[in-house]
Write a protein that binds this ligand. Structure first.
Ligand SMILES: *Cc1c(COP(=O)(O)O)cnc(C)c1O
Length: 221
């Protein structure tokens, strides 16, 4: 059994103060999440809507839930009532749906645009031009109920550290470009969600402000 409290303690020592830890609890039971909660962890990430909803209903209400996996438009309304941040926004259509549901409840949802930075075709996300196009289209038509807070990316699953570093560096550069072009004079576009158990140190070196870590805390799923 992994020593969750100890893993969290060791991990937190490594994180600079600007970096927040999202504990990725997917595929782990609520008892395991509660163990991390009792060790002081309050931000948890899940990648499936149904699993997120069923866990949220039984766990303490001061947990901050983040959706980190692919989101279908028809599932948006299940999570908007309680979710704090959606890391995986990859279309205007999805943004509009989040906006609609959030407005109805008179609230704001923090959103990140997911950028495709890896070589594997299996990973979701927008490329650079799609990010720019999406933001251009919103400029004439801003959405209520949404706060675009930054970008998210997943690097390739590879032992080649230089490649991973290049991918995170690209993400950081795109973040700076977007911030300069679309968010000048605002202070809320300031989050870069990058880094998982195998590559969070590299991500932090390339400007990450939020690491999404599962295995390093909870053991293998
Ligand atoms: C599972 C997952 C993580 C965490 O991965 P670990 O290697 O277990 O740390 C991070 N981000 C996303 C989007 C995930 O699906």
């Amino acid at each position: 059994m992994p020593d969750i409290a100890n893993n969290l303690r060791e991990l937190r020592k490594e994180l600079p103060s600007r970096v927040r830890l999202i504990a990725v609890s997917k595929n782990h039971p609520v008892e395991t999440i509660r163990e991390a909660y009792d060790a002081g962890q309050r931000i948890f990430g899940e990648n499936r809507v149904q699993e997120l909803v069923s866990k949220q209903t039984v766990l303490p209400k001061d947990i901050e839930w983040h959706l980190i996996g692919h989101l279908q438009t028809n599932k948006v309304r299940y999570i908007v009532p309680f979710v704090t941040m959606i890391h995986s926004v990859d279309s205007v259509k999805l943004l509009r749906e989040i906006s609609k549901e959030a407005s109805r409840l008179n609230k704001y949802i923090d959103c990140l645009l997911q950028v495709f930075i890896a070589t594997e075709e299996t990973k979701f996300g927008l490329d650079r031009d799609e990010v720019i196009d999406l933001l251009n289209s919103l400029q004439n038509n801003p959405l209520q109920g949404i706060r675009l807070r930054g970008l998210m990316g997943m690097a390739s699953f590879t032992d080649d550290q230089d490649q991973v570093k290049r991918e995170f560096h690209f993400l950081k550069q795109l973040f700076e470009e977007v911030k300069g072009r679309f968010f000048q004079g605002t202070d809320y576009f300031n989050e870069l969600s990058s880094g998982m158990s195998g590559d969070y140190r590299i991500a932090i070196g390339e400007g990450s402000t939020m690491v999404r870590i599962g295995t390093r805390i909870f053991g293998t799923r």
